[in-house]
Design a protein around this ligand. Structure first.
Ligand SMILES: *Cc1c(COP(=O)(O)O)cnc(C)c1O
Length: 369
């Protein structure tokens, strides 16, 4: 076995849509539309339509989408925000950087926040909850929204990993006060550098976010409405993302096809836990295809040694880093899964032969057991 399958292959992905991307590049460069121009407006409109919200506001990263959402929704000093113990560190850092206090809650077997553990984390200071839709599967929003209503919590969805995912046809990023998006190159809708967006139905939040991303300045009146940031989504990135958005529905179908091939190939391997759930109404878009096995690093090292590039996110939970100064209240599911997870290659640019090869390597590992 001597083939190599990368985790993602941006150069091959580029070849799939090279003509359209090159055209977008020449258009933008010829017009010299560099900051806050038509391509950004167009993309924002199309993105809001796709998610099903009134507004989308392009920013320069998923982190800034989260941070600006918290800020414009009024989360600040002394406010507690519930975040999952198993997520990318940025979800939590956004809370800390608006002077809020993150309160971590364990996740369930689907890697998303455990709804049954939310209420015990609520205090008088709780102001918001940040459900994270990890790996392409939404957190249980029908379970979370009534809790948020009961305690009057602001809901900020970290939807960075779930573009196109839905529950009962209602898409991620359209349930909370805001939905927060990342267009980091690894994401399903990835740009060519950093990028992000906020989606919302709230006109005040949309307006405030638009001002804050541009140094607090209103582009129409030229007045300042507060101390802001410089964190616009680049106009050129928006043009590229608009091209990719047109391919997104087909690309999600392809991801589901690959996920199904993995499922068919591995479902009789008892020691391998697969990311397929029979939750009625949930549509999984497989940002990541995360499997779990008690063999942990031995399994992921074997795949890497045999040319299959995998990710193990995250072996060390973020709250275990002393420098982040977070409260570890004990999160047994997060601890257990952290030692066992392994993300197999999942993207639209790999070929059927690549998938065959990955399947062969995974099977060979368990045959040797
Ligand atoms: C990628 C990601 C982010 C942050 O996105 P950036 O664009 O890298 O800032 C936040 N939360 C989750 C769950 C992510 O996967």
């Amino acid at each position: 076995m001597n083939k190599k399958v990368p985790f993602i292959d941006p150069a091959r992905n580029y070849q799939l849509i090279k003509n359209e991307l090159d055209q977008a590049y020449f258009d933008v460069m010829t017009r010299a539309d560099l900051i806050n121009r038509k391509d950004l407006d167009d993309f924002e409109k199309n993105y809001a339509d796709f998610i099903g919200t009134k507004y989308a506001i392009g920013v320069n990263s998923g982190y800034h989408a989260l941070m600006l959402s918290l800020k414009t929704a009024g989360v600040g000093k002394g406010d507690e925000v519930i975040v999952p113990a198993h997520t990318f560190v940025a979800s939590c850092s956004a809370v800390v950087n608006v002077d809020g206090t993150p309160v971590l809650v364990d996740v369930g077997e689907d890697y998303n926040i455990d709804v049954d553990k939310i209420e015990e984390a609520v205090t008088e200071k709780t102001k918001a909850i940040m459900p994270v839709h990890l790996n392409g599967l939404m957190a249980d929003m029908p379970g979370i929204m009534p809790i948020a209503e009961k305690y009057k919590l602001i809901v900020i969805e970290d939807a960075a990993q779930s573009v196109g995912a839905s529950i009962d046809g209602r898409k991620a990023g359209s349930w909370g006060t805001t939905g927060c998006w990342s267009f980091f190159p690894f994401k399903i809708l990835g740009g060519y550098g950093d990028g992000g967006a906020i989606t919302t139905d709230d006109p005040d939040i949309a307006l405030a976010a638009k001002r804050m991303r541009y140094n607090g300045e209103d582009r129409n009146t030229r007045d300042y409405y507060g101390h802001g940031y410089t964190c616009l989504l680049d106009n050129l990135q928006a043009a590229f993302l608009d091209v990719k958005l047109r391919h997104l529905p087909d690309w999600i179908i392809r991801r589901k096809f690959v996920a199904n091939r993995y499922k068919n190939a591995f479902s009789n391997i008892e020691e391998l836990i697969l990311p397929h759930y029979d939750y009625p109404g949930f549509d999984h878009v497989y940002q990541n295809y995360v499997v779990r096995t008690k063999y942990g690093d031995e399994f992921s090292d074997y795949l890497k040694k045999n040319g299959v590039e995998v990710l193990t996110q995250w072996r060390k939970p973020y709250y275990k880093y002393d420098a982040l100064a977070l409260v570890d209240r004990g999160f047994p599911e997060t601890e257990a899964l952290s030692a066992e997870v392994c993300s197999l290659p999942m993207n639209v640019e790999m070929s059927d032969e690549d998938v065959d090869y990955i399947i062969k390597v995974v099977k060979s590992y368990f045959e040797s057991k």
